[in-house]
Write a protein that binds this ligand. Structure first.
Ligand code: G3P
Ligand code: MG
Length: 246
């Protein structure tokens, strides 16, 4: 099977319950916990270098404040992106996308690459990410699955390649999900936990697509979702879900 989730857990922003999110330390922690997939968010610095980060501001996860948009990657790479989580992670850095892809290929971890464009950069972000990612998509490499809330980003990606594995990310239920998935040849649908119902899960699974669900930290909820056909859950505490499976 070309898209496999075994164990059926994706470490959300890495093992972000245990290490600063969206850093190599968090990805490595997921690996140590026996998880084979990580999810992370990718945006563009002002110099157009793609890097791994979730928010549009620096406040929550770095030692600076303010909008992220004016900064080039050289400046961002010098920030402390670890102390906010715990002082033992002082000076953990914001990784560049390519550095992350190199690391994933070296250790053999697959990834859900979430395209997270800053305002007005939907097409450009997808273009740059694909240009940086395409050489990593090879037989015997880990699997890379692209997703985004931005339909414009996904459409741009699909225009550039028929081959990329694309998943549609849905936070508020979209009754036209199937048409969008058909148009973009999506292999998966990624739903916000609070909008997943048995009926919706059954409808998505009946189209042959993988169904992923975020963010699930409660093992009992994960069990219910698996019983509805969910293929994998994104979790900040992937080991808790993993140990409940055995
Ligand atoms: O890709 C699943 C999940 O990460 C989407 O929401 O805000 O955590 O990027 P967010
Ligand atoms: Mg994300």
């Amino acid at each position: 099977m070309y898209l496999q989730f075994d164990p059926p857990i994706i470490a959300h922003r890495g093992a972000s319950g245990y290490a600063p999110e969206n850093t190599i330390v968090a990805f490595d922690k997921a690996k140590q916990l026996g998880i084979n997939w990580v999810e992370f968010d990718v945006m563009l610095a002002s110099c157009k270098t793609p890097f791994i980060f979730h928010d549009e501001t620096l406040d929550r996860t770095t030692n600076l404040t303010g909008e992220i948009a004016p900064y080039d990657y050289s400046s961002l790479s010098k920030l402390d992106a670890g102390s906010w989580f715990n002082s033992i992670y002082k000076d953990v850095r914001i990784p560049a996308f390519k550095e992350t892809m190199d690391w994933l290929c070296r250790v053999g971890m697959s990834a859900n690459i979430e395209i997270k464009p800053l305002q007005g950069q939907d097409m450009e972000t997808a273009e740059v990410i694909w240009q940086s990612a395409k050489d990593y998509i090879k037989p015997h490499h880990p699997t890379f699955l692209f997703s985004s809330f931005s339909i414009d980003s996904l459409r741009t990606l699909r225009t550039m390649t028929p081959d990329a594995l694309i998943g549609l990310l849905i936070h508020d239920w979209m009754p036209d999900w199937k048409k969008i998935c058909d148009d973009l040849s999506c292999v998966s649908v990624h739903l916000f936990d609070e909008i997943v119902t048995l009926d919706r899960a059954t409808a998505i699974k009946s189209t042959g697509r993988k169904l992923l669900c975020y963010t699930v930290n409660d093992p009992d909820r994960a069990k219910e979702l698996y019983s509805w056909g969910v293929d994998a859950v994104f979790s900040d505490f992937p080991d808790k879900i993993l140990s409940s499976l055995s």
